[in-house]
Write a protein that binds this ligand. Sequence first.
Ligand SMILES: *Cc1c(COP(=O)(O)O)cnc(C)c1O
Length: 414
Amino acid sequence: MRGVTILPMSTMTGPDFGARTTAILGHLDQTGQRKGLQVIDGPMGPSITLREFGEVACFCSNNYLGLANDPQVVEAGIEGLRKYGAGTASVRFICGTLACHEALEARIASLHDQEASYTFTSCWNANEAIFATLCEPGDLIISDALNHASIIDGVRLASVIKKGVHKTVYRHSDFDHLRERLEAAKANPDVSGQIWLVTDGVFSMEGDIADLRTLRSICDEYDAKLIVDDSHGTGVMGPTGRGTHEHWGMSGREIDLFTSTLGKALGGGAGGYMAGSKEMIDLMIQRGRPTLFSNALPATVACSADKAIEILMNEPARVAKLRDNVAYARDGIRDAGFEVLESPTAILPIIVHDTAKAIAMSKRLLELGVFVIGFGYPVVPEGEARLRCQISAAHEKSHLDTFLEKLKVLKTEF
Ligand SMILES: *Cc1c(COP(=O)(O)O)cnc(C)c1O
């Protein structure tokens, strides 16, 4: 989640941890912002069993292709556990690289049409590693204002670890503003190194996409490298689910570096990766602190994710079914009388404006047997609270119809 809860400074500071934490949590309670964790008894799927609410149709998971509990994916994980054990008790460069890591990384590279790839225990970890490792003093990182929190923190970390790594932000998808930033960089003698432009492929709260064609041509104009975090786009966007670049008719090679997650469409377990040129990957193996000092992806996850990607590459029909489901749900949400943001992704935010209303609607939907999360301020701007609905290829017409029917009920009550 992006952003930090805004509290009056007087309640956040103070020497005593206990007192200030009580104040912070109390404030979250009072303003209806405190998150409760719903416990699921069983696997992720189009319908799931919540401990508190029983069986509900799930419309808030990133399980876009329904692979999280696919029998082949589960079986591959079990096989991986049998063959390799729980893990190596080592980081990659000492004695932590398994044959299944090598196989997975080759498959990821081919998925993205890149020379090489390297895996991490999360995409958060990958984003934390990338900027601090690839950038040097004199470089500039330019980031879209709505980029994921892991990119924001990764960029901040780079500028702290390596003094002289510059950073700047352009307004969301505002290319005039981006050009202003690039012109300013050109005129700044301190920016003497590589320029890096980083963007989400699919933006997670809006469900809109980056115009990668335009970004590519701007990057070419300024000799900048283009990094795309396609965590919500991989397995979803483009005719064969290769990602947001495929949606724009681009080949993977037109992107300098991808990052993405194995924790969404690609099996939903955990793990992340970078995919790019061999030299970028080589540098990461030599110098990346999270890869030098932290254990590798467990074999179970490496094997289940490898199977998930194999299924994606062999079964484009899953991506087509997802697209059909998204179109059906989008039309239905409009018919139910709600405002839904337009986009080609599987994230359908229903804008309800008021935060308390979004939370109340999400609660009511749970009672009605539909699981959708309401997001309000400060995760999204004030006045733009929403129910973020996410569609999966695992949804059958019956799930979608239940969802839409309950939305209609909701409309009569709010
Ligand atoms: C979900 C997400 C991540 C984090 O992925 P993990 O593998 O769960 O750490 C990173 N970037 C973007 C754009 C995301 O949507």
